[in-house]
Write a protein that binds this ligand. Sequence first.
Ligand code: SF4
Length: 363
Amino acid sequence: MRVGQVRVNGRTARQLPLLQSVGPAVRLSILDERLRGTKFISLEPKSVLNSPQQTGVDFWSLNPYIGCEFGCTYCYARYAHRYTVERAHDAGRLSDAEFQEFRGPHGWEAFEKRVFVKEQLLGTLERDLRRYFRSFGPTNHPPAPIVIGTATDPYQPAERRFRLTRGILERLARCEGLNVGIITKSPLVARDTDVLRRIQERSDLEVHISLNTVDVGLIRQVEVRSPMPAVRLRALKRLADSGIRVGLIVAPVLPGMTDDVPHLEALFQAAREAGARFVHAGPLRLYPAVRDRFLPMLEERFPHLVARYRRAYEGRSGAPRDYARALAARIKKLQVRFGFPVNEGMADRYGRRLAPAQGELGL
Ligand code: SF4
């Protein structure tokens, strides 16, 4: 999954919200630890709700965690985690040895094993909401959307214990006239059906279940610990049956792996059967921080695709323009065939700057 990608000061805007919310006071107390070595670390952010001015995209965004145990090899949010760890080291809150331990041998492991938890974020959210409402003048209605989970999964395993996303939703349920989006791969979202229904009574709400293939074998090649497709689809159905506006986000579509018609058809069919209201999709973006993790995986498991990817993404993060265009046409045909709204995707709902970008890959 993942949205928004404008370059700001050398960083992508999707990364920036996390970076800005970290603030100077990283308090590195360990809140919990798993047997397999994952640690959950307390973080006190200065703000949690990031404005469009901060991020360069047309919506406000909120991410309760930095890092994610699901460990998708294409996840771009590793950069923000690395930045958080580097800032803690620079501020003297991590020794050199701890810094190495927090980064892991290749620099990307810590994203999955050292998860920062924005504890006590409700007080911060209260201040941020005042800022949010102040930002709307009489000409600025309806308010810009608030999207939860633009960078890391708000229903990742940590949420079972810390319940930060639930707390945020409880607060938003007390507001009126909002436009709220949630993006997740986790069936845990169905736990919060009650509060989602309350939000939907007073505001617009859309839940995006992220899934890029129903092929169980393939998904484990590219996503280390994510919930299985059937589990995600069951959660989608549960939400749909409860009257929640829910759909599928197929992102990223992986060239040569998940972009063929049979793969996509199977996804559309499954979405239809589960009661999805929409399906939208976007191609892989290969940011520098993603390459370190994704390309070695490709070399090991899909060696026949390595040259193709290197050629296609040489000197760019976005998929080649012709490829993006061909994929969009394929998705549009499937939307029509399966009776979903055409071109109703993140870009249409949350902002102009989310449209797929640039550059030849051949579907
Ligand atoms: S679930 Fe989302 S945030 Fe978590 S690793 Fe996968 S892409 Fe990244």
